[in-house]
Write a protein that binds this ligand. Structure first.
Ligand code: GDP
Ligand code: IMO
Ligand code: MG
Length: 422
């Protein structure tokens, strides 16, 4: 398998964890290059359900190496919890995990600031995961962040953290929040540092040598294209580059070493958090939630659901350059009589084939729908493309064509074996 960047093509939760887990069998290394523990990637394997937040979804496979790259923001205490949770479920986490010394750290003040800023926004809130992601990337860009390389040097770390806590306590005071106790934060971080130290290295050098040795690498995107800080529905986005370019900057692997880009998308659309979502549909959301589907893997929030948005998907393909598509949750559409697909937007009497970058305008767009006949037979359990109901095949072909990339995988259930290679 070539070096492949896997990107969420929509608003996150497209089923990246499941697809990465399936593809890991054919790769040597899995790399996360952006985001933090705002991500929740679900993998069902060996009769167990795992929700990965910071650790790449390849970790469940033996003899594969997982890398947390420089572009990720790491809450050290949360990462230790995640590693211990995996170990308690019998998953080996040892020399198969590497953490970049250049990755930035998330601290309790980032979480408090995230929460306080959201509360002050009231109805205008972003609906963040409250994991401190925005403030942590803010510090990184302002060149005031602390990195993993600092964390593993107790003396230097304590000094830098003290200054950061003093500064942030002033900000928290203005926001009416309680100050943090330096010693408490330091002790928790240094305890986490003792667990994490053996994993820490210059992952750029590791990946460079791995490429020279002909190893094949999977890049596991977190969040999705429309949550990208540059290309998403700003300000209702996350704070990293979730699109294909982020895999290069967030790992230090040069662009010409990437062989293909795979877009992962649901057969419909979901979004969690606030912000415009043209194809959102109340009855469709109720149907999904009634089936026990579409509750957030990180926060448990009910996801907003809607029809497949081909205008958005095509734009996503433009930004990421998808060569191939993995369409997940096809089974979520089982039994629906007429399936809608948005093929254009109408705004002020004009037809648009590209989403407006202005979110007020995007919020005013009316979807123009095409309808596709549904199928009655369940798709769950189907093993080959030919065994899918004719209507399901036609639907998949249509959404791939509208998006502009080749359909490579159709997923009809959360388990590894519920995957159809087309
Ligand atoms: P991620 O963040 O992109 O990894 O996606 P999440 O794990 O947050 O959400 C995707 C949800 O869909 C999880 O509960 C998966 O177990 C589930 N899932 C993935 N693919 C399929 C599928 O083809 N069918 C069904 N029924 N569930 C799926
Ligand atoms: P995975 O990797 C879906 C959303 C939040 C909010 C916005 C900003 O599992 O697909 P943040 O906490 O990042 O500052 O929140 O982004 N969001 C996600 N939505 N899936 C995710 O990750 C998300 N990570 C963040 O709901 O709207
Ligand atoms: Mg998720």
């Amino acid at each position: 398998m070539a070096n492949t960047i896997c990107i969420g093509a929509q608003w996150g939760d497209e089923g990246k964890g499941k697809i990465i887990d399936v593809l890991t069998e054919h790769a040597h290394i899995v790399v996360r290059s952006q985001g933090g523990n705002n991500a929740g990637h679900t993998v069902l394997a060996g009769g167990q359900k795992h929700v990965l937040h910071l650790v790449p979804s390849g970790i469940l496979h033996k003899n594969k190496v997982c890398v947390i790259g420089n572009g990720v923001v790491i809450d050290p205490v949360s990462l230790v919890d995640e590693i211990e949770g995996l170990r308690s479920r019998g998953i080996r986490v040892g020399r198969n995990l590497l953490i970049s010394d250049c990755a930035h750290l998330v601290f309790p003040y980032h979480r408090l600031l995230d929460t306080a800023r959201e509360a002050r926004k009231g109805r205008g809130k972003i609906g963040t995961t409250k994991r401190g992601i925005g403030p942590a990337y803010g510090d990184k860009m302002a060149r005031t962040g602390l990195r993993v390389g600092d964390l593993i040097q107790p003396g230097i770390f304590s000094e830098k953290l003290k200054a950061k806590i003093q500064e942030n306590n002033l900000i928290l005071k203005v926001l009416g929040e309680k100050p943090l106790k330096f010693a408490e934060v330091r002790d928790a971080c240094l305890a986490a540092a003792d667990v994490l130290r053996p994993f820490v290295t210059n992952t750029v050098v590791y990946l460079h040598h791995a490429l020279l040795a002909g190893k094949e690498i999977l890049f596991e995107g977190a969040q999705g294209t429309f949550l990208d800080i540059d290309h998403g529905t700003y300000p209702y986005v996350t704070s990293s580059n979730t699109t294909a370019g982020g895999a290069c900057t967030g790992s230090g692997v040069p662009p010409h070493r990437m062989d293909r880009v795979m877009g992962i998308m649901k057969a419909y659309t979901t979004r969690v958090g606030e912000g415009p979502f043209p194809t959102e549909d109340g009855p469709f959301s109720d149907r999904m939630h009634g089936m026990g589907r579409e509750f957030g893997a990180t926060t448990g929030r009910a996801r907003r659901c809607g029809w497949f948005d081909a205008v958005a998907a095509r734009y996503s393909c433009m930004i990421n350059g998808f060569d191939e598509l993995a369409v997940t949750n096809l089974d979520g559409l089982d039994g629906i009589e007429r399936i809608r697909v948005c093929t254009g937007y109408r705004l002020d009497g004009k037809k648009l084939s590209v989403p407006p970058t202005d979110i007020v305008q995007l919020g005013c767009c009316e979807p123009i729908y095409a309808e596709y006949p549904g199928w009655k037979k369940p798709t769950a359990g189907v093993k080959t493309f030919r065994q899918l109901p004719t209507e399901a095949r036609a639907y998949l072909k249509a959404i791939a064509e509208l998006t502009g990339a080749r359909l490579a995988i159709a997923s009809v259930g959360p388990k590894r074996e519920e995957t159809i290679f087309v």
